[in-house]
Write a protein that binds this ligand. Sequence first.
Ligand code: ZN
Ligand code: ZN
Ligand code: ZN
Length: 103
Amino acid sequence: MASSSRQSCFQCEDASSAEFRNGWRLRSGEFAQLCQRCASVFEEGRFCETFHSNDDGWRDCESCGKLVHCGCIVSFHAYLLMDFGGVICMECSKLNFMLVRGD
Ligand SMILES: [Zn+2]
Ligand SMILES: [Zn+2]
Ligand SMILES: [Zn+2]
């Protein structure tokens, strides 16, 4: 077995990155370790559109029409399910909550 101290990127398996950063939380409770390139894509919120664009599960936000990758652990915190079906992205849900609160 190779030494477990040798990290590789969760997404691209690149082990040459000088630094690894936390991505999303895995079912194990640990964070996915990402190389600098993949981490910056993740931190900009473009991970799914960059790496999962051919996958199933893309749906439009009911409010702004932005595509969100439903059922994907990477996008788990990026959208909410609506009571009547459909999804809403986090930015729109924040706006809606502000409207509800600020009567
Ligand atoms: Zn990577
Ligand atoms: Zn995804
Ligand atoms: Zn939206």
